[in-house]
Design a protein around this ligand. Structure first.
Ligand code: SF4
Length: 460
């Protein structure tokens, strides 16, 4: 797709903002800046934040838009910049639109992008309060400015973005009023700047800022001056390379055009497997009882067998107490969806684990023919019939119960070779590997009646 002569970046939708809101002026300024730069709309990514500022997405129908969660727009955009520059063709222009609330919430994302000098233009809409949620103050609310949470005037000074970004050695910083005639020009300069650029645009929220402070747009310049905020292009230095160039200096690109670069071949599997379709399982027990180690061992064994795998761990805020849980997905094909909708197996080794499994509802959405393995102490409390209840804790010890359950599952379903699990436990090293290796062998004696069957055939 080639760029039209004068692309009309702003669509014909009415603005979604309150009458007189400064966000509309910034949107117009951005539209003019993009048109002036003559950029191809298909090579522009607009990443927006939560708040009234994030309502801008549909106003720019021709460009790519990414609507992120509060404060994270800069981090998401920085990832897109680096992916494009290092893995793609590096042709995309990335612009972030964020409010003062989002900038405050995601302050470290901003400073990190500035420190790294990610090639990104950030338009910080500073109306000095959180507009969408009712006019609360932010870290960019000036001293004396009234908001719904500082009705008598804020008594805390505002963060000075210029000083902050100077400290981050940012390459480009400008502070403008939304009403400035040259706003579009400055935005265009920020977009064209080869590195991190931020334009702080001072504006007024007509929903809260104007009525609470009895002021109009004309007073904005005086407010900035009274707060010691200079206007104009305040930082402009080109002595730093953008991060993707620094990265390439450390890790040179493979030679040849992008399409010609082949990913390295995966090493040949060390063990056979019998898995013919993706399977998901959930392992739950108590913190400190090697639940996640058991899941990691299974994954390691799967990788050694040439399978793809995903492991997701969960535990309460109070790390080291309560439940510990792992979701594992194994697949002969690359895994594109990592969620667990209907587990093929649920392994529960303690009351903590059962409580968590009940809370998540895993036992109510089992896949047809799913296998439930539980410690014998839970037999009376299990809300499913046909579960395989074994003396995992008593016979193997609480710390080896989860790995024992994994071994029994593998024995029942015949997914992996026993040697693959043994090789994976050997990788744990020290006494842990030896303990788990013995547990693995002992576990199989707990369910001798269970003949090994393939996952496709296996039904409890
Ligand atoms: S609440 Fe404030 S920031 Fe939100 S649209 Fe209205 S004027 Fe603009």
């Amino acid at each position: 797709m080639t760029a039209p002569e004068q692309p009309s970046f702003l669509g014909d939708r009415p603005f979604p903002y309150c009458k007189g809101c400064g966000h509309g002026l910034v949107a117009r300024g951005l539209g003019r800046a993009l048109a002036g730069l003559g950029l191809d709309p298909s090579q522009i990514v607009l990443t927006t934040d939560i708040g009234c500022v994030g309502l801008v997405d549909p106003l720019f129908p021709a460009v790519h838009t990414v609507h992120t969660i509060h404060g994270r727009s800069t981090a998401v955009a920085a990832g897109a910049v680096l992916a494009d520059a290092l893995l793609g063709e590096g042709r995309m222009k990335n612009i972030v639109m964020i409010g003062d609330g989002g900038a405050t919430i995601g302050l470290l994302h901003l400073t990190q992008a500035a420190l790294m000098n990610v090639d990104l233009a950030v338009l910080l809409h500073n109306n000095m309060l959180y507009g969408m949620t009712g006019g609360q103050h932010s870290a960019l609310t000036p001293e004396g400015f009234a908001t719904s949470t500082t009705l008598q005037g804020n008594w805390v000074p505002a963060l000075d973005m210029e000083q902050l970004l100077r400290g981050c050695q940012a390459g480009f910083f400008a502070r403008q009023l939304a009403t400035d005639a040259e706003l579009a020009t400055v935005i265009a300069e920020a977009i064209a700047f080869p590195g991190f650029a931020l334009v702080e645009i001072l504006e007024l929220c007509t929903g809260f800022g104007v009525p609470l402070n009895h002021m109009d747009g004309k007073a904005l310049r005086a407010l900035a001056e009274a707060d010691g905020r200079q206007l104009g292009r305040l930082i402009h230095r080109k002595d730093r390379r953008p991060y993707h160039k620094v990265y390439r200096a450390h890790f040179p690109a493979p030679s040849g055009p992008p399409g010609a670069v082949q990913p390295p071949e995966a090493p040949a599997p060390a063990f056979p497997h019998r898995l013919q379709r993706p399977v998901t399982l959930v392992i739950a027990g108590s913190a400190g009882e090697r639940v996640q180690t058991a899941a990691a061992t299974l994954c390691q064994a799967a990788v050694l067998s040439g399978l793809h795998c995903v492991q997701k761990n969960d535990y309460p805020v109070t790390v080291g107490s309560g439940f510990s849980l792992s979701e594992v997905k194994l697949s002969p094909e690359p895994i594109l969806y990592t969620g667990t909708e209907a587990p093929d197996a649920v392994l529960i080794t303690s009351a903590d684990g059962l409580r968590e499994i009940r809370g998540r509802g895993d036992l109510g959405r089992l896949a047809p023919g799913a296998l439930v393995i539980a410690d014998e102490s839970l037999a009376a409390d299990l809300p499913v019939r046909g579960a395989l209840c074994l003396p995992l804790r008593r016979a193997l010890s609480p710390a080896a119960a989860a790995l024992g359950a994994v071994a029994v599952l593998n024995h029942r379903r015949g997914i992996l070779a026993r040697e693959a699990l043994l090789a994976a436990t050997a990788g744990l090293g020290g006494s842990a590997g030896g303990i788990l290796e013995r547990a693995l062998d002992a576990a199989l004696s707990l369910a001798p009646e269970a003949a090994a069957r393939s996952v496709e055939e296996g039904r409890p």
